[in-house]
Design a protein around this ligand. Structure first.
Ligand code: PTJ
Length: 248
């Protein structure tokens, strides 16, 4: 990985770029993942590369949704695995009830196996997604992405799908599951369809989510349910779009 000194004004962004490039070299990120990352970078640039109040509100709602879930699962793709290995490890360590399942847009058994191995080597236990016995399929999706692990997304009531494509997000919502996404583009179909959309950069959002999950661990369930009920996703997306248009 290229060593990025602290001095460039956008050092953090350049380091994230290196992580994704490394992900491709390691065979865990798809080549198309580089383009997806560039799209995210452009939106992040327009958002000033900082977490806005609309993202904080979404993060609070996401934490409440996860804390009231019976079976929460975080879906990992090639970009998420490369960018946020450390952040995923922290979430796993602090939230043993949260499962991790690999699911890919550019489906390849070999890449799933590599991502499972990568996360396992990073210290995350029981990463799901590679078991050939997991035959349950998500309705409304034609591709291999419809595959759900019987111990993971098949049972999940809340699914966290960062950097997801619109079809799968829609199918998950249509299945009755609550869907949380992290997506820098407030206009994407995923952002528009998810139950809670965190318009923020993934590696900034996940540590904040981990903090909130710790704070909410013993919060009364009524209070958490009231928080999710009071959350208005469309309002947050409109605020994010305004923030982008004001800069552009
Ligand atoms: O590993 P695979 O095969 O599952 O493929 C993963 C990608 C991300 C390549 C695939 O799901 C894809 O093509 O996604 P999209 O449709 O490009 O959507 C990705 C969304 O995530 C876009 O709206 C980007 O703006 C956004 N995004 C990219 N990088 C980040 C991001 N959002 C938050 N943080 C980022 N670092």
């Amino acid at each position: 990985m290229t060593d990025i000194p602290d001095s460039p004004p956008r050092a953090a962004s350049l380091r994230r770029r290196e992580l994704v490039v490394d992900g491709v070299r390691l065979g865990i990120t798809s080549e198309a993942g580089l383009i997806a990352h560039g799209r995210g970078e452009a939106f992040d640039y327009l958002l000033g590369e900082r977490t806005h109040p609309f993202a904080d509100s979404a993060l609070e709602a996401a934490s409440a949704l996860i804390r009231t879930a019976v079976h929460p699962v975080l879906s990992v793709n090639g970009n998420v695995a490369a960018l946020a290995t450390r952040e995923l490890r922290r979430l796993a360590d602090e939230n043993p009830e949260l499962r991790f399942e690999v699911n890919l847009f550019h489906f390849a058994e070999e890449r799933i196996r590599r991502i499972v191995d990568h996360l396992t080597a990073a210290g995350i236990k029981d990463v799901l997604g590679s078991s050939p016995g997991s035959t349950t399929r998500l309705d409304g999706l034609e591709s291999a992405r419809a595959r759900m692990d019987d111990r993971g997304i098949a049972q999940a009531d809340v699914v966290i799908v960062p950097l997801e494509d619109g079809d799968r997000c829609e199918a998950l919502v249509a299945s009755g599951r609550k869907v949380i996404t992290v997506d820098l583009n407030p206009l994407s179909r995923t952002s528009q369809r998810a139950t809670v959309t965190i318009v923020d950069e993934l590696t900034r959002a996940l540590p904040r989510l981990a903090d909130l999950l710790s704070e909410d661990r013993n919060a009364p369930q009524d209070e958490l349910r009231a928080r999710t009920a009071g959350f208005d996703n469309a309002r947050g997306l409109a605020a994010a779009e305004r923030a982008i248009r004001e800069t552009a």
